[in-house]
Unconditional design. Structure first.
Length: 81
């Protein structure tokens, strides 16, 4: 079903708290050895969900967001004068 979450398989946590991300997921998400991932819980009410997000994606999002905020500030300053 389009838009549904992809199921990549199951993982087992080792004694040191490590898991292996399935190869299909690594390929689909272009995760390479040495990439930094941000681990975060799900949205409110879904705290049992763990999301792994490549930090480069977060950095790109923040850069875009900062640019949008800058444009918005300029527009608000212009309208306020």
């Amino acid at each position: 079903m389009k838009g549904s979450p992809e199921i990549y398989g199951t993982v087992t946590m080792g004694t040191r708290g490590q898991v292996v991300i399935p190869m299909k997921a690594r390929k689909a998400l272009k995760i390479e050895p040495g990439d930094n991932l941000i681990a975060m819980s799900g949205p409110p009410g879904k705290q049992e969900i763990i999301s792994l997000i490549p930090s480069s994606h977060v950095a790109q999002f923040l850069q875009h967001f900062e640019q949008s905020i800058s444009v918005l500030k300029k527009e608000m300053d212009r309208q306020g004068k």
